[in-house]
Design a protein around this ligand. Structure first.
Ligand code: G3P
Ligand code: MG
Length: 242
C-alpha cells in the first residue's frame, strides 16, 4: 500500500496546531489522515490539545484536567499563533469526529496519557469513536505501554499503535506482545532493517515528525505505512511524484 500522509496536529506549520482551522487546511491540502492529541478535562470530556497544560497554545494557564469543558472553551487557542486565528477554541474530540465523519480521512488519535494516566481515557475515547462509527478508519496511538494493553483488552479489532521516541531492543516483539498492530516511531529511529522486519512481522510502521524533503523522500523510498508531518502539502507533493 502507498505511504499515507498524516497531518501532525493538523497542518500545524500554517495554522495553530490542533484547531479546526489546522484540520480543515490539512484536508484541503490533500492529507490522507490527521493526527491529533487527546487530553481529558475535569468533567472527563476528551479535548484536542497536545500539552497537559494550556499555557503554550492558549491565553490561559494551568492543567487541562483542572478545567471543566465549559471553562476550557472560553480560552483562545489561535491568537498565540497569529491574529488571523484569534477566537479559535480547543476542539472537543466529538466536534472533530462530527467534522471528519463525511470526509475520506483516516484518524490517528493519540492518547496523551504518558504523563498523566487519565482514568478511563481508553473507554471514553473508544465509546465515542464507536458511537460515530469511526473505528474502522481510526488508529489509536500512545506512548504509554499500559494503555496499549488496555486498548487491546477493550477490543481485538481496533487499530492500536505504540509510540516510541527512544531506542528499544526488540521493539517489534515488545509492541506485539503489548497488543499493538503498529509502531509510530520518531524519525531518528528509522532504518531499512526495521521497516523490513515490520513487514515480515505484519506490523505497520509510521514515522513522525517528518518535515524535511530529504526525510520525506527517505520514508517514501522505504515504503513506510505512514508519514506524520507538519507540512502535509509538501509531503503530498513528493508522494505524488513517487
Ligand atoms: O503521534 C506522533 C507524534 O505526535 C508524537 O509526538 O509529542 O508530537 O505528540 P507528539
Ligand atoms: Mg501527537
Amino acid at each position: 500500500m502507498k505511504t499515507e500522509i498524516y497531518a501532525h496536529r493538523g497542518s500545524s506549520l500554517q495554522a495553530p496546531e490542533n484547531t479546526m482551522a489546522a484540520f480543515q487546511l490539512a484536508f484541503q491540502q490533500g492529507a490522507q489522515g490527521i493526527e491529533t492529541d487527546v487530553q481529558l478535562t475535569k468533567d472527563n470530556i476528551p479535548v484536542l490539545i497536545h500539552d497537559e497544560r494550556v499555557n503554550r497554545t492558549t491565553d490561559g494557564k494551568g492543567y487541562v484536567k483542572d478545567y471543566t469543558f465549559k471553562q476550557l472553551k472560553q480560552l483562545d487557542a489561535g491568537a498565540w499563533f497569529s491574529t488571523e486565528f484569534a477566537g479559535a477554541t480547543i476542539p472537543s474530540l466529538e466536534e472533530f469526529l462530527k467534522w471528519i465523519g463525511g470526509k475520506p480521512l483516516t484518524l490517528n488519535i493519540e492518547l496523551k496519557n504518558n504523563k498523566i494516566d487519565y482514568k478511563n481515557m481508553e473507554t471514553i475515547v473508544y465509546d465515542l469513536l464507536r458511537s460515530y462509527d469511526l473505528l474502522d478508519r481510526t488508529i489509536l496511538s500512545t506512548f504509554n505501554p499500559n494503555s496499549v494493553q488496555r486498548l487491546r483488552r477493550i477490543s481485538q479489532h481496533l487499530n492500536c499503535a505504540l509510540l516510541r521516541s527512544r531506542k528499544k531492543r526488540q521493539l517489534i516483539s515488545y509492541a506485539k506482545e503489548l497488543g499493538a498492530n503498529a509502531i509510530h516511531i520518531k524519525y531518528r529511529l528509522l532504518s531499512k532493517s526495521l521497516v523490513q522486519q515490520c513487514k515480515q512481522q505484519r506490523l505497520h510502521i509510521r514515522v513522525y515528525t517528518v518535515n524535511h524533503p530529504k526525510q520525506i523522500l527517505r520514508c517514501l523510498d522505504l515504503d513506510v505505512n505512514g508519514i506524520i508531518t507538519d507540512v502535509p502539502n509538501i509531503a503530498i507533493s513528493y508522494s505524488r511524484k513517487v
